[in-house]
Design a protein around this ligand. Structure first.
Ligand code: SF4
Length: 398
């Protein structure tokens, strides 16, 4: 790497650009959920109109146009909530706006999160027809007693059915969400669940450790002793190791702390977060981050209040400017979760400073201890380091 950080103001528009669209409604709240989601009783058409209005007005702002440059979208991600409650016709309207205002790359990844029991075979065929090419299914577990405890709407039969519907609709990128660290769960129970899920025929797996968020019914039940407590940290860490070992034998690569994929099936949208891409977001609580020039990025965060969002859109949110230090910290925090690691030249270009200034001694030490590797311009976590990604990032942050 050269050290001419301050002058690297060019090339801010060569990185991938993604769009996240949030659908904050669910049929019913799960017992552990602290995400932004409310029961579906909203006028879905009005909500779609609000998202389209936000998108159209945002991407025509001068500052945004300049940051986006002539890039097309490398990915679009419909997340939630339960976006599989969103009729295909509405999603198509949003995709058309994205296509018209920003353009979609010819290989654009278009993903949707689907919760079993909320989309039938026909709905998935319609998603495929409107150009959605990747599906992420919220299976969470194939153990019905855990599914009931988590307050999920579906059972294991419906979860398996969803995967079959996706295959029959022609999806070749099928991801499954699997939760672990559940109340009373042992490593053996997790391994059984993992193997059952992996045998469903997915190409990608996302693992989510359960946390007991305050104010959730599940936390109350655990606190009142009605339900077993969560497994301790060592047991949880051993579950991640089991997932890594068992799934790598099945051809999955752990390419991020809690994401595993078959070759070429990594999620492009999420990879963009971990590798320092720019992203736009529409919908309540949506977060947009655009790199403007060396050492300056802008983050917009939409309001979490759905009525406020519906009436005032982006105006109800906040805007903050990130400087060299914030950009470096963020780059380390996300990049050290990613097996490919951090492209230090690119991070320097975004941050406008040497991201490792003053940290070389610590890096060498962490290399010797087996947590990191520094090869050329790439700083990457080892398998051991990935498990401690957040701690390593803190240690190296300016
Ligand atoms: S499906 Fe997801 S977002 Fe909806 S209530 Fe359950 S955990 Fe929350």
């Amino acid at each position: 790497m050269d050290n001419d950080w301050g002058s690297q103001s060019m090339g801010m528009t060569s990185r991938p650009l993604g769009l996240y669209v949030h659908f904050p409604f669910c049929k019913r709240k799960c017992s552990y959920c602290a995400f932004l989601s409310i029961p579906l009783d909203a006028p879905v058409r009005d909500y779609t109109d609000a998202v389209i209005h936000e998108l159209e007005s945002f991407v025509s702002e001068e500052e945004v146009l300049t940051a986006v440059g002539n890039r097309k979208l490398a990915s679009v991600y419909f997340g939630g909530g339960t976006p599989s409650l969103w009729p295909a016709g509405h999603l198509e309207r949003i995709l058309n706006v994205a296509r018209k205002s920003l353009g979609l790359d010819s290989s654009c990844e278009v993903s949707i999160e689907v919760n079993p029991g909320t989309a039938d075979a026909r709905a998935l065929q319609e998603y495929r027809k409107i150009g959605i090419n990747r599906i992420s299914i919220g299976v969470q577990s194939l153990d019905d007693s855990f599914l009931r405890l988590l307050g999920r709407l579906h059972d294991s039969t419906q979860a398996k059915e969803s995967v079959r519907f996706a295959e029959n609709a022609g999806f070749q990128d099928i991801s499954i969400d699997l939760m672990f660290g559940l109340p009373g769960q042992t490593p053996a129970m997790f391994e059984k669940d993992l193997q059952a899920v992996a045998s469903l025929g997915c190409t990608h797996l996302s693992l989510y450790e359960l946390t007991l968020e305050s104010g959730t019914p599940l936390r109350r039940r655990v606190e009142q002793g009605e339900v077993a407590g969560l497994p301790d940290d060592d047991i949880v860490a051993s579950m991640l190791d089991i997932a890594d070992t068992r799934l790598s034998a099945l051809g999955f690569d752990r390419y991020e702390v809690s994401n595993l994929a078959k070759e070429g099936k990594e999620c492009r949208h999420n990879s963009l977060y971990w590798s320092g891409g720019d992203y736009l977001a529409a919908g309540p609580a949506g977060v947009t981050l655009l790199y403007m020039e060396a050492g300056r990025a802008v983050r917009w965060t939409n309001t979490r209040e759905i009525p406020d969002y519906m009436s005032r859109g982006r105006k109800a949110g906040t805007k903050e400017v990130l400087g060299p230090r914030d950009i470096t910290r963020e780059g380390l925090l996300t990049g050290l979760r990613f097996k490919k690691g951090i492209d230090l030249k690119d991070l320097a270009k975004r941050a406008g400073v040497d991201p490792l200034a003053g940290a070389m001694d610590r890096i060498r030490m962490l290399e010797v201890e087996g947590f990191l590797t520094l090869k050329g311009d790439v700083l990457a976590p080892t398998r051991l380091g990935m498990n401690l990604a957040d701690r390593l990032a803190l240690e190296l942050s300016p």
